[in-house]
Every structure is written in C-alpha cells, then in structure tokens.
Ligand binder design. Structure first.
Ligand code: PMP
Length: 363
C-alpha cells in the first residue's frame, strides 16, 4: 500500500553533522558540537549518580502516568497534575497535538523560519501549513492573526524562537491571545524558557487560567541537559490534556527519563550555574560580534543566530575543519547566517578566533 501522497514531498529528519563523522572526515581528535542547543555543561551530578539505579528492572514497563515526576512538576508549576502531558521529548508532544487536532481540510499557522516539527507533523496529518515570515527575527503576530480563517485549528508560537532566539514579550502575547479566536488552539513552545533573562517574559502558565485554548510546551533537553533521555511536556487545561493523553502511547517515557527529570528539577544549583555561565559566555560572544561589526538577532536563549556577509555553509565548513560543529542557516531556511550554541568559555574563545580570521578578508 502506498503511503500518503504528502510523503513524496517530505524527507526524514536529517540531524546536523555528528561528532564521529567529523573526526573521521578531518582526522581530528576532539570535536565540539555547538549545533543543537544542548547544554555544554552537561547535566546534574545527582542525575548521573542516580542513573545506574534508575536503569534497573528494565524488564518492567515504566509508569505510564509518570506519577512521581507529574507530582513534582505540578507542585513546582502550581498546576493540577492532570494539566500535564509528557512526551518522548517535546518533539513527541508536538506530534501528539497534531494527531489530536489536525486533519485534511484544516490549516495551521507557523512562523518562518521556526522549529520545523510543527510543519512536519501537520503535513503528515494532511493539514495545510500557512507560514508567516518573521519580522527581523520576531513573530509577525498581526500577520499570523490575519492568516486565521474558519479552517484554522492551531497557531504555533515558538518563544524564544528557534532559530532566531527572539522572545515574544508579555504585552505581545497578551494582545495576541485577546485577539485570537477561542476555538483556535495556541501552542506556546517554551523549549528555551529557563534561559530567558528578559523582565518581559510572559507567564504563560499563569495565562492558562485565563485562556482555555492554550498549550505551553517545555523540555528537559536544553537547560536541564537531558536531551539524550528524551523527555518533554505540555501544560494545558485538564480538558485538552485529557485528549492529548488519549492520543499518546501508553509508555512513551522511560523510567530512567522520568526519574532523571525529577532529580534534575530538584537540582537548582546545577541549573542556575548552567544559566549563569550561558549568560556570561553569550554576553562575551555578542561583544565579539559587535566588535567585528557582525549583525545578529536578539537572543534570549543558549544560541545566537549570526548574520553573515558570506554564506552560512562557508563558515560552517570552515569551523568544521577546525573541529567545531555549528548549524548553517542554509539548513534552517535562513541563508547567509549561522546558528551557534553558546558553549564553554574556552570553546567560545577559540571559535571567535576562527571566525575573526575566516571573515578578515570580507569585513
Ligand atoms: N521546540 C523547540 C523550539 C526546539 O528547539 C526543540 C529542540 N531542538 C524542541 C522543541 C524539541 O525538543 P525535545 O524533543 O528534545 O524536547
């Protein structure tokens, strides 16, 4: 049997260059990956110590309700336990939302460029995807509102946005929610929430009390450093969470992931030290970009999108040859730029030297 027609136009997710490939290709000993906005400072020692114990009795299915993590997270966020839905990464929560709400004849609205899985999963459901270009890295919220029609089911707001790092501030989100019809679901993806330092960060969880058409997404993959364990979550009304929990697989997060996430939540020292180092190293990197006269988008995340006078691929290839994997804007739907995850100080110092010498002939 043939797959859906839409698959003719789609390709499987192709991750950026992997460390081992680059080692072989360039004969390098050490590779530093600053391409996927992972935490360069690793993860909590308390998680590391607990993993051997969490990884026993693997013959038994995990707790499909993620009871302990659910209780801990509900307490921390001050929401009801049944307002939460866990996924194998927030990637899976995106998929669950699309499978629950989208079908042929419906449409969904995304920014361009933004996190690609919204579009990917919507297309698989047969929905039309309306892409509204960003304004200098920020969502064009007015344009997104205007694109809403009778068949619109979901609007995706990625804030801060990947790949630009720009935040939708409180006033903008409130104005958007007020104008958005209540039968259109608004998904606010806050994968980089913990990194935000702006005082104008909206309290999207608080907004759930006011808007019954809102889902907030968060993840343990970024600031908590658990990307390899695959666990993220959605927070919404009990009514919507119930539907999403019907759609999701019964044992979609592992015991190791649930246990590690619970411990990671408790280890505020690790989280805060990662955030502090990120802020400091990012400031230093932005100062370097300013000195070089390179433009970039405002970033409230652990990455910076740098605009370049050359193609993103050219700088990407150059840094690759020096042992640094970053993300070319070409691959992210934004040519003439690169997205660089903020790394450790020594790596940022080295990367700056390489960028300076590579761009010297053109700036
Ligand atoms: N949302 C955004 C904006 C992201 O950048 C990512 C990861 N790159 C995700 C969701 C998915 O994260 P995960 O599945 O690891 O939770």
């Amino acid at each position: 049997m043939d797959a859906k027609k839409i698959f003719d136009q789609m390709t499987p997710y192709k991750p950026g260059k992997q460390t081992d490939d680059v080692k072989k290709e360039y004969g390098l000993e050490t590779i530093v990956k600053l391409a996927s906005n992972e935490n360069p400072f690793g993860y909590s020692d308390k998680v590391a110590n607990a993993i051997p114990t969490l990884a026993t009795h693997v013959e038994i299915y995990p707790d499909g309700y993620a009871t302990e993590l659910r209780e801990a997270l509900a307490g921390k966020l001050n929401v009801k336990k049944d307002q939460l839905v866990f996924g194998c990464g927030s990637d899976e929560v995106v998929d669950i939302i699309c499978r629950t709400y989208l079908d042929t004849g419906m449409n969904t609205i995304v920014a361009k460029p933004t996190f690609p899985q919204y579009k990917h999963n919507a297309l698989i459901q047969g929905a039309e995807v309306k892409e509204i270009p960003l304004h200098d890295g920020y969502h064009d919220l007015e344009g997104m509102l205007q694109a809403i029609d009778d068949n619109t089911k979901i609007v995706w707001l990625c804030t801060p946005n990947n790949p630009t790092g720009c935040l939708i501030d409180e006033a903008a989100l409130t104005a958007f929610m007020k104008k958005c019809p209540s039968d259109v679901l608004v998904v606010v993806d806050e994968a980089y929430y913990e990194y935000v330092t702006s005082e104008n960060m909206p309290d999207a969880i608080q907004a759930l009390k006011q808007y019954s058409n809102l889902i907030v997404l968060r993840t343990f993959s970024k600031a908590y450093g658990l990307a390899g364990l695959r666990i993220g979550y959605g927070i919404t009304s009990e009514k919507i969470a119930n539907l999403l929990n019907i759609t999701r697989g019964p044992f979609n997060t592992t015991r190791v992931a649930q246990g590690a996430a619970k411990i990671a939540l408790e280890d505020e020292d690790f989280l805060n030290s990662s955030l502090e180092k990120n802020t400091k190293n990012k400031q230093q990197f932005l100062q370097f970009l300013d000195e070089l006269g390179l433009d970039y988008y405002d970033s409230e995340t652990n990455f910076v999108f740098v605009k370049l006078p050359v193609s993103g691929d050219a700088l990407f290839e150059h840094l690759l040859s020096k042992g640094y994997i970053i993300r070319s804007g070409e691959a992210l739907g934004h040519p003439n730029g690169v997205r660089i995850t903020i790394g450790k100080k020594a790596d940022m110092d080295a990367i700056q030297d390489h960028i300076r010498s590579f761009l010297a002939p053109v700036i």
